[in-house]
Write a protein of this length. Sequence first.
Length: 184
Amino acid sequence: MWIEKLAGQYYIDIAPIFFTALQSKPVLDCYYSSAPTIVGEESTIQQGKMMKRSITTVGLGVILAALIISTPLLAANDPSIKGSLRENIQQSMTHFIDQQTIDQHLYVYDAVKGKLLQLTLEKLHSGIVKKGDFYVSCADFVDQNGNKIDIDFMVRKGKNRLITTQALVHSINGKKRQYHLEML
């Protein structure tokens, strides 16, 4: 961008100033002009303020996008769930997956899409939270179409042990689904 005063008037030429790191394409080019344009002093100040607002908006958008992208990396975890309770919850979940797996696949019905998912385990998460009467922990899977599926496992206290009762689809390719567990 350059601004030059000539004969009491300002010349302004604003080229695209933001480029994406991967695509090298302009993100903000709303004030682009191929040749200098004569504008008044007030107009130049207004354009400068508008550009500053636009730059701030784009900057905030980039920060928000970075937070959204990194959110899956920050799995929920209740630090008050410790020791043998934590180990037993994980053990119950692992046992459930082992018992329900046929030929390296866990089959979970997706009630929203109305179809059966054939899942291959990628990773168990260490995070555990309490929702209502259940402990919930999750694992990453890949379905038969290559989609990334996050499955939440519901674990509840039985008479003498913890029992994993159900697997729920929590997200597909990072798009979360809401569900609520009420106390029984």
